[in-house]
Design a protein around this ligand. Structure first.
Ligand SMILES: NC(=O)c1ccc[n+]([C@@H]2O[C@H](COP(=O)([O-])OP(=O)(O)OC[C@H]3O[C@@H](n4cnc5c(N)ncnc54)[C@H](OP(=O)(O)O)[C@@H]3O)[C@@H](O)[C@H]2O)c1
Length: 232
């Protein structure tokens, strides 16, 4: 028996226009949940929301802008009639030696992959009694990788914060899940904010990864290490 029934669960999906975020949103809807998608690009958001179902709401926001944080949470609470979960599937990646990384790219990584999500979660917490939070940190959080020093750092930070938060919020009945999937074929590696991806073996199927993450929410898991995504 799953420990959490997602039927009726109202979830804000950060990065809901992205590949993993959209696939997770689809699975939440399939289980009878309600979702609101959030990201920067309005046209892509609306296109992805409509592709899920005709009445899926979306909200534009930028994780780099602290003043967007309360707005995105308020909009989700108003649009969904409350909030039971936050899934953070937003993120950017950068490749290459640290010496080639600009201040702007460093700042974007820190704001988008670490500080921004923590601000949104902090703002959402008063609404989440008994609910859930998911952060997708990634395999680099536990296996820091050459050519990805800053990305490894922000993802390790997000993973540590997620695990600590899980302990902090246990008494409030809020389940916090740190998902650390290996490389997945979403195209993220081809859209870096800096540098170019090294040659990598084929990644995981995004639908499979989204399914494991939603299964983790249902089972009340607190972490999904890379091994949880093994296909054989
Ligand atoms: N793909 C992999 O191999 C892999 C492996 C492990 C972990 N992850 C993590 O999984 C998450 C989802 O990745 P994905 O592969 O699905 O990538 P994706 O398809 O590129 O999705 C990224 C999402 O984040 C949003 N986003 C980016 N910057 C943002 C900002 N400043 N404010 C708000 N939203 C922002 C994007 O929309 P806009 O650009 O319109 O804002 C998009 O919706 C990321 O955190 C990634 O690090 C991915």
């Amino acid at each position: 028996m799953p420990s959490r029934d997602l039927n009726g669960a109202r979830t804000l999906v950060l990065g809901g226009s992205g590949v993993l975020g959209n696939l997770i949103a689809q699975r939440l809807l399939d289980r009878g949940g309600k979702v609101m998608l959030a990201a920067r690009d309005r046209a892509r958001l609306q296109q992805q929301a409509t592709a899920l179902a005709p009445d899926v709401p979306s909200v534009e926001f930028d994780l780099q802008e602290p003043h967007h944080v309360d707005h995105v949470v308020r909009t989700a609470v108003a649009g969904l009639g409350g909030l039971d979960g936050v899934v953070n599937a937003a993120g950017v990646v950068a490749f290459g030696p640290l010496e080639d990384l600009s201040d702007a790219a460093l700042d974007e990584l820190v704001a988008t992959d670490l500080v921004g999500p923590l601000r949104v979660i902090r703002s959402a917490l008063p609404h989440l009694q008994g609910g859930f939070v998911v952060n997708i940190s990634g395999v680099v959080a536990e296996r820091p990788t050459a050519g990805m020093a800053a990305y490894s750092a922000v993802k390790a930070g997000l993973s540590a914060a997620t695990l600590a938060l899980g302990r902090e919020l246990r008494r409030q009945g809020i389940t916090v899940l740190d998902a650390r999937p290996p490389h997945t074929e979403t195209g993220l590696a081809q859209r870096p904010i800096s540098g170019a991806a090294p040659a990598m073996p084929a990644g995981l199927d995004p639908g499979f990864v989204a399914g494991v993450i939603v299964g983790g929410i249902e089972s009340g898991a607190r972490e999904l290490p890379p091994e949880a995504f093994a296909t054989s």
